[in-house]
Design a protein. Sequence first.
Length: 197
Amino acid sequence: MPGGAEAVRAERRARAAAAGVVAGAPGAPATLGHGVPVGEAIIRSAWIGTAVFIVATAAAAFIPSARIAAVVVDLALLLAGSVIYFWGWALAAGRSRDDQISLWNLILLEDAAPTRVRARLLGALAVQVVLAGATCWITAALAFGWLVPVWGLAHCELWGARYGVFPARDMPAKGEADTKSAARVPVRRGAARRGRR
């Protein structure tokens, strides 16, 4: 049986295989069970928020009376996205005890998610950024659209924190850990003096 770090890596690989999540090469499996994409609820939520943003922005661009409503939508997506972001951060902090997680891989999902999942989540984020940039010059109300990409980033991070595949941390073998712990035990002064005598 593998011991120490090898046992952790083996367990991680088994969990990733059971979840059907394999990061890396294009075309890697992205489904769980009967063809249901892993983390589908997170992906749908990202696109639902994006669709609401598109409708609100389009209405505000042509109907001045809809601009206040568009600002409310943008602020609501910002606040909800912030909650989701910190939720994902807390999940990632818990996983970081066993996994090596970088912000780049966690939020942009590079080498952490299947190509299909990454394309859908980053696609929603890209739509938000492009739409905000294309309409922010029309009126000050539409400039609030630059707050909306927090929604997309938060969903990328939440998916990565819950389902992303990251390399396991190198954990010392049991004997090595015991040796290091013993080396850190402080020696009392009285005992040290007795040892000198």
